[in-house]
Design a protein around this ligand. Structure first.
Ligand SMILES: [Zn+2]
Length: 149
């Protein structure tokens, strides 16, 4: 187990801490996809936790995507809003969109270049939940709507 993690570029200290808690790589990946906290594991402090998360994000891009889709901590869903008299035009700095709250599905209207909101936390007008507006999802949203930069 320890060797297997090390082969994937994980440092010995992190690999040993994980090996004492998990018996397969699938188990640890499942644990991380569910967005569980690593510092709950004995021997895993903040620095070790940070390194394991980096390792996970680097080696399991799709699984990390799945984690963010599932987690309420990230907003992954956006929509273009077009007010009646003003067009949505990113080049002219006019862009109306909403982020959809991952907790209550409320549309939260925003104005401005969506990329400037990337990876910043915003409060939902309905439930007061504060998700992070995930940068990758904003990029995909702009591309899908023909606003790729
Ligand atoms: Zn909400």
């Amino acid at each position: 187990m320890v060797e297997k993690f090390e082969e994937r570029g994980m440092r010995t200290q992190e690999a040993e801490a994980l090996a004492s808690e998990f018996s397969t790589e699938e188990e640890i990946v499942e644990y991380l996809v569910a967005d569980n906290t690593l510092t709950d594991i004995p021997g895993v402090g903040n620095r070790t936790s940070d390194r394991i998360w980096s390792w996970f994000k680097e080696n399991f891009t799709e699984k990390n995507q799945e984690r963010m889709e599932r987690s309420e901590a990230y907003c992954m869903e956006y929509q273009v809003d077009t007010p009646p008299e003003e067009a949505t035009d990113l080049e002219k700095g006019k862009f109306y969109f909403s982020f959809i709250c991952p907790r209550c599905d409320t549309e939260n209207p925003m104005k401005g270049d969506p990329q400037e909101f990337a990876n910043r936390p915003y409060c939902c007008i309905n439930c007061r939940w504060v998700p992070l507006l995930e940068g990758g999802a904003i990029e995909r949203f702009l591309e899908e709507n023909g606003f790729s930069s």
